[in-house]
Design a protein around this ligand. Structure first.
Ligand SMILES: Nc1nc2c(c(=O)[nH]1)N[C@H]1C(S)=C(S)[C@@H](COP(=O)(O)OP(=O)(O)OC[C@H]3O[C@@H](n4cnc5c(N)ncnc54)[C@H](O)[C@@H]3O)O[C@H]1N2
Ligand code: MOO
Length: 273
């Protein structure tokens, strides 16, 4: 009978080719988006960092001006807008603050010497561009930062927030009904009588499905009766995108899932190798 068995990979291919991806979409706040699957590519509409900023507390200046003592013409802290730098001067600047237009170098405050007039003298071994985090170093505007189909985790939330995205389109979860068949099944927590066995499949499946972001909308347990199995399958199909049943698929008199499926539709994959 080996020739009637279907290889697992073939069965998976067969089932995948028979279904279409669900396209139900909703918009959720970023805080509620962890674990959800993105429905659209996410494009950055701004740069990160949004402007050149200082990696150090110190003095921003034009590299070309660095040889002479430089009077301090402005003070810029993080969160403040800066003014264009007056030629021949420097700006007292703090970590995270925007580099004034015209400045191209930052010297740490530990490395400078103040003259008697509070002008700033910088060492001779500075490099142009030092201690500046350039605009767009992390992300460029227009760049796709996350592709549709990505399941969002905490790292994606941080990335989306960094470009100011507050809401995202995500797919609604797949709705699954779990159907356990078998007169012998008992829920954990109940006493186990002769002939009975604990329903472990339900917990295994439900736990796995939930970990995959699937919504288990209902659990049904049926006894080994044809009518009961038929009714349960019909009910389940009404409220679910997918019904997963366990048990009742052998070939004995007590196995009603196969005839019930055939009575309601068609069985297209049967007997796996
Ligand atoms: N002259 C010196 N300057 C600095 C020294 C030093 O030894 N001498 N040490 C540097 C080191 S090391 C560090 S670390 C930083 C620490 O500075 P801050 O604590 O002021 O930096 P942050 O406030 O953490 O900002 C860094 C950067 O990140 C941005 N930021 C801050 N919070 C958020 C947030 N919630 N979301 C997004 N981005 C955030 C902030 O704007 C800055 O660009 O000091 C060096 N300086
Ligand atoms: O070394 Mo800082 O103090 O974390 O970048």
């Amino acid at each position: 009978m080996a020739s009637t068995l279907i290889a697992v990979d073939d069965a998976i291919q067969h089932m995948l080719s028979a279904v279409a991806p669900l396209q139900r979409i909703e918009v959720v706040d970023l805080m509620a988006a962890a674990g959800r699957v993105l429905a659209e590519d996410q494009i950055a509409s701004c740069y990160v960092p949004p402007a050149d900023n200082s990696a150090m507390d110190g003095y921003a200046l034009r590299f070309a001006d660095a040889k002479a003592p430089l009077p301090i013409s402005q003070r810029v802290a993080a969160g403040q807008a800066s003014q264009p730098l007056r030629p021949g001067t420097c700006a007292h600047i703090f970590t995270g603050a925007e580099i004034p237009l015209g400045a191209d170098t930052v010297v740490m405050q530990e490395e400078i010497v103040l003259t008697a007039f509070d002008d700033v003298c910088v060492p001779s071994d500075i490099r142009i561009g030092q201690n500046i985090r350039p605009k767009g170093q992390d992300i460029q505007a227009g760049q796709c930062i996350i592709k549709a189909g990505t399941r969002l985790d905490y790292r994606h939330l941080g990335l989306l927030a960094s470009v100011g995205i507050a809401q995202v389109s995500v797919f609604l979860p797949i709705r699954v009904v779990l159907l356990s068949t078998g007169d012998e099944l008992v829920q954990p927590g109940e006493p186990l009588k002769a002939g009975q066995i604990y329903n472990s499949n339900r917990f295994l499946l439900q736990g796995f499905l939930q970990s995959q972001g699937v919504e288990v909308v209902r659990f049904i347990q049926v006894r080994d009766r044809f009518e009961e199995t038929l009714t349960a399958l019909e009910d389940a199909a009404d409220s679910a995108d997918l019904v997963i049943s366990t048990g009742g698929v052998s070939v004995g008199e007590e196995d009603h899932v196969k005839p019930a499926v055939e009575a309601l539709g068609q069985l297209s994959v049967w007997r796996l190798a």
